[in-house]
Write a protein that binds this ligand. Structure first.
Ligand code: IPM
Ligand code: SF4
Length: 467
């Protein structure tokens, strides 16, 4: 029977098939760990007297709680310091490889896995983190898990899972210049809603998806969770293989050839059926930004703040009213007139080298507007080093932006990088929830290009709006 990519990866990992209402037991190829969701899991192992079953398939990094300045000094915030120290102790005790603050391979867990070549097509990848969906860009079945599941994977390298439904999101056509992967995924979420993906694994397909780089594909898959999906996937192709070849953990020599041969078999079969199909025309897309307090409340940058009274669905209307009140925005205001205090370029959505290059291209020879602060936070130390080798940091610094160390930073403000109450940001991250970037902070989700142009103009803008 014709099968989808997701079904093939699932079937290849079933250790024990569930009967009746039982879940299947799946083998897990790669377990990524960070400081926030691992302490209780390690503690559980300790209490049960169990080891980590496959430390060789487990890797940890410090990302959420790390400061992005003065990283050679002890972490000032006690909660963050405890969190990070606990991870260090646990990794040492259980023999798990850890990339601590300051290490050349430290960074956001979803940036580190792919850049090391740990994330590969056809794998099952889990992490106690919702944005694990990022790794699906390689044709891996990758999803976030809870802390008790983290413990289960640590102890057994397996996970009981219930089957999912499949949804094809086909993006055909060609993206116009200035329109990015971030705009694609924001438009997808605006269309299907933050609950539209619930229970589904999304497969992004079509000519516009095939034309994306690996990093752009990661941006798309990263935000699958914001549509409520279990995971997002893209079938592996030449772009995937070219990205992986030569990376530290990618197979080599004959193993590489065999791996590529297998990876080619993973593509969704002709005639395979999806439970739901969505079509989007890439030619119609323009830069997209959010105006509300969930990632589905987005519109093209050239639009205006919607009038809740015009929204037929009562739930959506109430949500829009509440969002506009929190965001302090009036219906009818052109999005381009919204001024921001802060621009954040970073996160596991848009903190990779291509994102930094795109923003630097816009900022080159320009200045961040007076009264606006711009934080540039590379997704990993490797991204940071690469950016410095290319001189991008000088472009950011010359423009008046801050050039930081790697971590999650203002994506969620678990470190000192936060918005103050009432402050408004244009942010390349993935969540615009109330208080996400700091208590009372207001977030507009944008692409790196829009972030850079907004920094220059001080109001939401795309590079086409400059000079
Ligand atoms: C802290 C962590 C559990 C959380 C997640 O699961 O996604 C964080 O990474 C986020 O982006 O909100
Ligand atoms: S960068 Fe943001 S979304 Fe990604 S893992 Fe960190 S906190 Fe979560």
């Amino acid at each position: 029977m014709a099968r989808t990519l997701a079904e093939k990866v699932w079937e290849a990992h079933v250790v024990r098939q569930g009967t009746g209402d039982e879940p299947d037991l799946l083998y897990i190829d790669l377990h990524l760990v960070h400081e926030v969701t691992s302490p209780q899991a390690f503690e559980g192992l300790r209490l049960a007297g169990r080891p980590v079953r496959r430390p060789d398939l487990t890797i940890a990094t410090e990302d959420h709680n790390v400061p992005t300045v003065d990283i050679d000094k002890p972490i000032a915030d006690l909660v963050s310091r405890t969190q990070v120290d606990t991870l260090r102790r646990n990794c040492a005790e259980f023999g798990v490889r850890l990339h601590p603050m300051g290490d050349a391979e430290q960074g956001i867990v979803h940036v580190v896995g792919p850049q090391l070549g740990l994330t590969q097509p056809g794998m099952t990848v889990v992490c106690g983190d919702s944005h694990t969906s990022t790794h699906g860009a390689f044709g891996a079945l990758a999803f976030g898990i809870g802390t008790s599941e983290v413990e289960h994977v640590m102890a057994t390298q397996t996970l009981p899972l219930r089957p999912f439904k499949t949804m094809a999101i086909t993006v055909d056509g060609e993206l116009r210049p200035g329109v990015t992967a971030k705009d694609v995924i924001l438009a997808v979420i605006a269309q299907i809603g933050t609950g539209g993906g619930q229970g589904y694994v999304l497969e992004y397909r079509g000519s516009a998806i095939r034309a994306l780089s690996m990093e752009a594909r990661m941006t798309v898959c990263n935000m699958s969770i914001e549509a409520g999906a279990r995971a997002g996937m893209i079938e592996p192709d030449e772009v995937t293989f070219a990205y992986l070849e030569g990376r530290p953990h990618a197979p080599r020599g004959e193993n590489w050839d065999a791996a590529v041969q297998y990876w080619r078999t993973l593509a969704t079969d002709e005639g395979a059926e999806f439970d739901r199909e969505i079509h989007i025309n890439a030619d119609d897309l323009t830069p997209f930004v959010t105006w509300g307090t969930n990632p589905g409340q987005g519109l093209p940058l050239h639009a205006s703040i919607p009038d809740p009274e015009q929204i037929a669905d009562e739930g959506e209307r109430l949500a829009a009213e509440k969002a506009l009140s929190y965001m302090d925005l009036a219906p009818g205001t052109p999005l381009r007139q919204i001024s921001v205090d802060t621009v954040f370029l970073g996160s596991c959505t848009n903190g990779r080298i291509e994102d930094l290059r795109a923003a630097a291209e816009v900022l080159k020879g320009r200045k961040v507007a007076g009264g606006v602060r711009m934080l540039v936070v590379p997704g990993s130390m490797r991204v940071r080093a690469q950016a410095e080798a290319e001189g991008l940091h000088e472009v950011f610094l010359d423009a008046g932006a801050e050039w930081r160390q790697a971590g999650c930073s203002m994506c969620l403000g678990m470190n000192p990088d936060q918005l103050t109450p009432g402050e408004r940001s244009a942010s390349t991250s993935n969540r615009n929830f109330e208080g996400r970037q700091g208590k009372g902070g207001r977030t507009h989700l944008v692409s790196p290009l829009v972030a850079a142009a907004t920094a220059v103009r001080g109001t939401l803008a795309s590079p086409a709006d400059l000079d």
